[in-house]
Write a protein that binds this ligand. Structure first.
Ligand SMILES: NC(=O)c1ccc[n+]([C@@H]2O[C@H](COP(=O)([O-])OP(=O)(O)OC[C@H]3O[C@@H](n4cnc5c(N)ncnc54)[C@H](OP(=O)(O)O)[C@@H]3O)[C@@H](O)[C@H]2O)c1
Length: 291
């Protein structure tokens, strides 16, 4: 079983390097080793690795920067997944890909299900939605996992930013009117490996069905709630107050959905997996970040 993993130094990609090991022979590429915006390089890599499974953890994830460089975001998030999907069809490979809560506008009052209408608020969300559509249109065997609010012990993420700022400042002012589920990259990678095992068995028995599933930790909070638990879980920080603020008080180039909650019933039903509460994952991840 040959597995080609892209984006190996990303939050999810890094964890996938480990969780995919027991499933097959993993060839893991970073950005320098495989630029997804280079179609010829992608085809060359596929010829070389001859993967049975392609796991695409690479993405253009700079949400605000995407507003000023949508072409770059589209090249990685829309064109590249479509190319990987077309190649997967020709090569009989299974494609696993990740998408985002940012395909929604956040106006719904309850958690989004997979079939809810999409309406991205920004260039990043539009590029990720186009990626989903390109994969679906190809007809390749695929699983797309939409996730949200990803953090890890390494990489650029909200958890690490809060730890840094909380060591420097006495007050943090954090947005309290966006809700979602902080999701540990390792949970995504472990759930992916288990889901992949099942998908491979289904394919062997000729009963695999492609699909899109929401995959996040259980529970919900605001960015303010997330920051508050991070600070409360760590001693020795300078910060004394975590003040809730409104999105309107923290303007960013890209608009974010107020409701990022994703309903994960379909994922849990299809793969028979439990998804832990975000509050249970956070301490496990914090354990790996030196004080
Ligand atoms: N982070 C979140 O909060 C979040 C939320 C919802 C969904 N997602 C989705 O979850 C998936 C994993 O996200 P993540 O948080 O692990 O992302 P990440 O940490 O930003 O990692 C993305 C990786 O993709 C690589 N990459 C960027 N452009 C590339 C290109 N042209 N060719 C090859 N590699 C390229 C980056 O390498 P360089 O850094 O070297 O460029 C980076 O290592 C993505 O599909 C993302 O859209 C993320």
């Amino acid at each position: 079983m040959n597995i080609l993993l892209t984006g190996k130094n990303g939050q999810v990609g890094w964890e996938l390097q480990r969780t995919l090991q027991p499933v097959g022979k993993v060839t893991a590429c970073d950005h320098a080793g495989l630029d997804l915006a280079d179609a010829a390089a992608v085809r060359r890599k596929l010829d070389e690795v001859r993967p049975d499974v392609i796991v695409n953890a690479a993405a253009y994830t700079a949400v605000d920067k995407a507003e000023s460089e949508p072409e770059q975001a589209n090249a990685v998030n829309a064109a590249a997944p479509a190319l990987l999907a077309q190649e997967a069809v020709q090569r009989g490979a299974l494609l696993i890909h990740y998408s985002t809560d940012y395909v929604f506008d956040g106006a719904k009052a309850s958690p989004y299900v997979e079939t809810d209408p999409t309406n991205p608020l920004g260039a990043y969300g539009r590029s990720k939605l186009a990626g989903e559509e390109g994969i679906r249109a190809s007809g390749c065997d695929h699983l797309i996992f939409r996730t949200s609010w990803v953090y890890a012990a390494r990489g650029a993420n909200f958890l690490r930013t809060i730890l840094r700022l909380a060591a420097e400042r006495e007050e943090l002012r954090i947005v309290a009117d966006q809700v979602g589920a902080p999701t540990w990259a390792r949970l995504i990678a472990e759930a992916t490996a288990l889901a992949l095992r099942q998908a491979l068995a289904e394919r062997r028995h000729g009963r695999f069905e492609s699909g899109l599933f929401h995959l996040t930790c259980a529970g919900e909070t605001s960015w303010h709630g997330f920051a508050s638990l991070i600070v409360a879980s760590r001693g020795g920080l300078r910060v004394k107050t975590v003040t809730p603020i409104a999105t309107a008080d923290y303007p960013t180039p890209a608009k974010r959905p107020a409701n990022s909650r994703l309903n994960t019933d379909a994922f849990r039903a299809r793969f028979g997996l439990a998804l832990p509460d975000w509050r249970d994952c956070l301490p496990l991840c914090l354990e790996e970040i030196p004080q």
